[in-house]
Design a protein around this ligand. Sequence first.
Ligand code: SF4
Length: 357
Amino acid sequence: MNENREPLPGAAPASADFRDLTLVEVEQLVANAGERSYRARQILHWVHARAAGSFDEMRDLPASLRNYLKQSFTIGHPVSSFVSRSSDGTRKLLIRLDDAEEIESVIIPTEKRMTLCMSSQVGCAMACEFCATARMGLHRNLTSSEMLSQILAARRELAVGEELTNFVFMGMGEPLANYPRLVRTLAIMTSEWGMGISPRRITVSTVGLVPMMERLLSETPVNLAVSLHATTNELRDRLAPINKRYPLEVLLDACRNLPIKRRSRITFEYVMLAGVNDSIADARRLVKLIGPLRGKVNLIFYNPLPDSPLRTSSRAAVEDFQAILKNGNLTATIRESRGLDIAAACGQLYAEQHIPA
Ligand code: SF4
């Protein structure tokens, strides 16, 4: 993917943000301007490595080329309209877009990593019962430059010596429902002419858009996470209604046949909901469902929403659940809840800022 020589789909002509462009597109532009092709990498280096905010900063380009670019393109300036800092180091950003829509990104520090949780859409159409973003519905897809904006905005919030190490598309939206722009974004993130981020450090999380899962792993080298959350179709229909279209047996069958690269595995996300999906029977069913796959399970403490009856499972229940998975030879980790004091669950900060109680 890094050396993609074909134009990628998913450009955003309406925004005309230069950061939407791939190398092959910039080379075409440069040729149209009558300049040598090496100028393309020079411009992209300014945009992605040096985070230039305008063409005027690109002093080593001929003025005529800078003026040519300025006629058709801007370089967006992502602005965090609100930053909320947790006592555990988690930082949640609300980023204002040109049309005044806002998206969330979360910086999550752990002992060894500094992960950025990124959004792919404004809102979401997937209607998961436990999710604050679901309540917004889908406003629109993000462009690639808007997805990339989150990295720039997050880098501005880091302290000296801090660096983003991992990137997860697990924020607002279903990334695979915005597929062409997602793939374009991943190309820009991972290419040496773009941001140069290792694809091993990028994870795309889906609630289970089966046809697009296979496409993603065939076309990109990033990691995949699948939000499972239930072990019966009856419960998953309720928690994640996409299950009505792609029920558990279809989803897991697709996972079995995915083109997984050597040394990588699918992660199954499982949000722990007290009295809903956290019983011993659920854990045993999960072993049966996931056991034959080369997957690992991530058990997630739920960040409760203020007006929802759903509650997170107790620590004892989560640990008992984990023990059953481990006894069944599954790799099972517990993800501690981060940023509880800043409404860090996906879509929660947006809701607090925009939706009247
Ligand atoms: S959990 Fe993810 S897929 Fe489900 S509604 Fe929320 S943002 Fe969308």
